[in-house]
Design a protein around this ligand. Structure first.
Ligand code: AKG
Ligand code: FE2
Length: 225
């Protein structure tokens, strides 16, 4: 296990082949660092916003993107549904966290070494925000998604690759938890049916709500978009 991060209070839990939950992967100091970084991203050229779905419905989470801008359901370099600005570059330190996450989740440092995420979606959930069951399938690469959570606990529902309904596993994701899904679980449906307000340790850097960052490999070329 990495020296940069505290020893895990519980070991990794395999939820499905390719899907691993590592409770408490980020210590409180790292959680605060991530919160601070995400606050800083919001002062960048593109603010957090609630994405609008093609049917007109606005998502209840507020999202900011790094590297590539995601809008339902595609990636572009500029935030065309916000203010047209180019999103911030994907930070090198975050890619390093992603490699460490993969090494810890799968116990395969060699495979983790080549992981080079080029986009991240940072989601902020207020108390009543939620995210419906969906697949992360706008990427053109099949490399794993690395998910980090800080702030209030949530109910995270991790399902199967065929339908948005059962069978699924309900997991409580807490501040500092890492969840990785790749391989046969890469296209599994997942969602966040609820947040548990007031459950975060204020020392994590967030006094309310939940922050989740997922990093991914788009498989898009830098000249596109
Ligand atoms: O908030 C989470 O834990 C999941 C977020 C998610 O599924 C997404 O951004 O695609
Ligand atoms: Fe997702």
């Amino acid at each position: 296990m990495s020296a940069l991060f505290d020893a895990l209070p519980e070991g990794p839990r395999t939820i499905a082949p390719g899907a691993v939950h590592l409770p408490g992967w980020l210590d409180l100091g790292r959680q605060r660092e991530l919160v601070e970084a995400c606050r800083g991203f919001g002062r960048g050229p593109v603010p957090y916003r609630s994405a609008r779905l093609p049917g007109g419905h606005e998502m209840s989470v507020q999202t900011l993107c790094l590297g590539w801008h995601w809008q339902p359901y595609r990636y572009t370099r500029t935030a065309d549904d916000v203010n047209g600005a180019r999103v911030l570059d994907f930070p090198g330190w975050l890619a390093a966290w992603g490699r460490r996450a993969l090494a810890d989740a799968y116990g395969d440092p060699a495979a983790a070494k080549g992981y080079d995420p080029d986009t991240a979606l940072v989601n902020f959930y207020a108390d009543s925000a939620r995210m419906g069951m969906h697949q992360d399938k706008d990427e053109q690469a099949d490399l794993p998604v690395v998910s980090l959570s800080v702030g209030d606990d949530c109910l995270f529902r991790f399902g199967n690759t065929a339908t948005r309904s059962k069978p699924y596993t309900d997991i409580r994701l807490r501040s500092g938890d890492l969840f990785v899904f790749g391989g046969p679980a890469r296209l599994a449906y997942h969602g966040v049916p609820r947040i548990y307000p007031g459950t975060a340790d204020p020392e994590c850097g967030l006094t309310g709500g939940r922050l989740n960052l997922t990093m991914r490999v788009t498989g898009l070329t830098p000249l596109a978009g």
